[in-house]
Write a protein that binds this ligand. Structure first.
Ligand SMILES: Cc1cc2nc3c(=O)[nH]c(=O)nc-3n(C[C@H](O)[C@H](O)[C@H](O)COP(=O)(O)OP(=O)(O)OC[C@H]3O[C@@H](n4cnc5c(N)ncnc54)[C@H](O)[C@@H]3O)c2cc1C
Length: 458
């Protein structure tokens, strides 16, 4: 054997002797596990619940399997698609049929969101669709934006302050807040403008007004679908990851909750302890904080945050809308007709049935009461007198802020810097990368690469 061949053999041997334990079988844990298994490392993945996927899950309602958690991914960056291709799922890719965005909780009942907006900020306050939502008083106040001296984005990255100052309260409360809360669970005050709408600040400075900046940004955006999914939703992605891990000989266990991590590293389950050279914490926010707190100073206990999502199978064909509610105007933040968004799902349901999803702002603890509240709010939002509900369920899923949450990037960088200081410890997941598959997946790949390198090359 040549010296080069023998050093490769040593490296492979070293990889085989490296035991990686991944805690959490959501998408971040599965991806990190695959990256380590690929180079020959011995991987054990431990998932607390009885199924893999975390926030990616489907349930059978009225005889049809329906996505009840994450159901699509952003094509931006190409990261999710690269994984889909790597797992030989390309043939299953399906584009989104975008829903018409509406706003509920405004005088006169639900109304279409103006077409020319970025984050709900209108390009032209005089557009009749803007007036329908904010009234004449709101329009005149928004028009002052054209008369004010421009700001640079460096001076204001808080979305609430920027829009309130330039266009007034009604634009923030009735156009911007419904979208930021409905799409990201954030009030405008918590949104970083430059991350949520890259280029808006520069466009504002260039055009001299916020409305002008919105118009310019919209004009410069490339067309084409920005969201896609797979036939059957995202569960096939989870299943393919599990299969691929099996092919690499990884030990993937469900019903295995990790109680604690001891230095060294040793992973403690209720009735077993596992030694590992590498531990990757891939649990959702509050659990990850609990597991990391003894080892990493910057991590403090975090209260669990959930999204309470009600899925309804109803008779008929509701309008193809996603309705975003003005915060404080009712029990839901969003109501969307999921089956109109995903033609593959509509085909499986057949004519005469539809799936509606309603996200409750603060759901009653009782499931039946929560479902009834969501169904009433959905019929109001969609303008249907009485919804004939055939089947329904509620899922309470852990959630994390997106990258565009103010301070998220800094907080994540602090956690990562502290974790890097503990050899063999890694952390992945939405609470560090920012929510959304397009963030979670590349971040998990990068973190696994860092751990692989440091274990194999020092
Ligand atoms: C309702 C909803 C809809 C969404 N829709 C979309 C969408 O359409 N597109 C998109 O891109 N993103 C969407 N997201 C966000 C996206 O789903 C998440 O960012 C991503 O799935 C998070 O993956 P994760 O691995 O970080 O965490 P999770 O999916 O939460 O997985 C963490 C896993 O760790 C396990 N675990 C926790 N504690 C332990 C322990 N002690 N021991 C062992 N295992 C443990 C949990 O059981 C869980 O399975 C949505 C999120 C929600 C909640």
């Amino acid at each position: 054997m040549s010296p080069a061949e023998s050093s490769i053999e040593n490296l492979a041997e070293h990889a085989r002797e490296t035991h990686v334990v991944v805690i959490g079988g959501g998408i971040s844990g599965l991806v990190a596990a695959l990256e380590c298994a690929k180079v020959g490392m011995r991987v054990t993945l431990l998932e607390a619940s009885e199924e893999l996927g975390g926030a990616i899950r489907s349930r059978t309602l009225d005889g049809v399997e329906i996505p009840v958690g994450a159901d699509g991914y952003a094509t931006a960056g190409g990261h999710v698609r690269a994984l889909v291709d790597e797992l030989d799922l390309t043939d299953l890719v399906r584009p989104e049929a975008p829903l018409e965005a509406w706003v509920a909780g405004v005088p006169g009942g639900p109304a279409p969101l103006p077409a020319e907006t970025v984050l709900g900020i209108p390009a032209n306050p005089w557009d009749p669709s803007v007036r329908r939502i904010i009234g004449w008083r709101g329009v005149w106040r928004a028009y002052l934006d054209r008369l004010r001296p421009p700001l640079t984005i460096g001076q204001q990255n808080n979305l609430d302050k920027l829009v309130r100052r330039r266009m007034g309260d009604l634009v923030v409360d009735r156009l911007v807040a419904p979208l930021t809360v409905g799409r990201h669970g954030l009030l405008p005050d918590d949104v970083d403008v430059e991350i949520a709408a890259p280029g808006l600040g520069t466009a504002l400075t260039r055009t001299g007004s916020l409305g002008g900046g919105v118009a310019q940004l919209r004009g410069s955006r490339p067309g084409g679908p920005t969201i896609e999914t797979l036939e059957g939703g995202l569960v096939p992605l989870v299943q393919a990851l599990a299969r691929r891990l099996g092919d690499y000989g990884a030990d993937v266990r469900t019903g295995s909750r990790v109680e604690a991590i001891a230095p060294g590293w040793r992973v403690l389950l209720e009735d077993e302890e596992l030694d590992a050279e590498i531990v990757v914490v891939a649990a959702s926010g509050a659990e990850a904080h609990r597991l990391l707190a003894p080892h990493v100073d910057v991590v403090a206990p975090e209260a669990p945050a959930t999204w309470d999502v009600v899925s309804l199978v109803v008779d008929g064909q509701p309008p193809a809308r996603a309705v975003y509610a003005v915060p404080g105007s009712g029990p839901v933040s969003t109501v969307s007709v999921v089956s109109a968004r995903w033609p593959w799902l509509a085909a499986r349901l057949g004519a005469g049935r539809a799936v509606i999803r309603a996200t409750l702002v603060s759901a009653p603890a009782d499931d039946g009461a929560a479902i009834a509240e969501a169904a009433d709010a959905a019929s109001l939002a969609l303008g249907i007198e009485s919804l004939a509900v055939r089947d329904a369920r509620i899922d309470r899923l852990p959630t994390a802020p997106p990258r565009s949450a103010r301070g998220q990037l800094d907080a994540a960088a602090r956690v990562r810097a502290a974790v890097v200081g503990r050899t063999g410890l890694g952390v992945v997941g939405a609470w560090v990368s920012g929510s959304g598959l397009a963030q979670v997946i590349p971040d998990a790949v990068d973190e696994a690469e860092r751990l692989r390198r440091s274990a194999l090359f020092g």
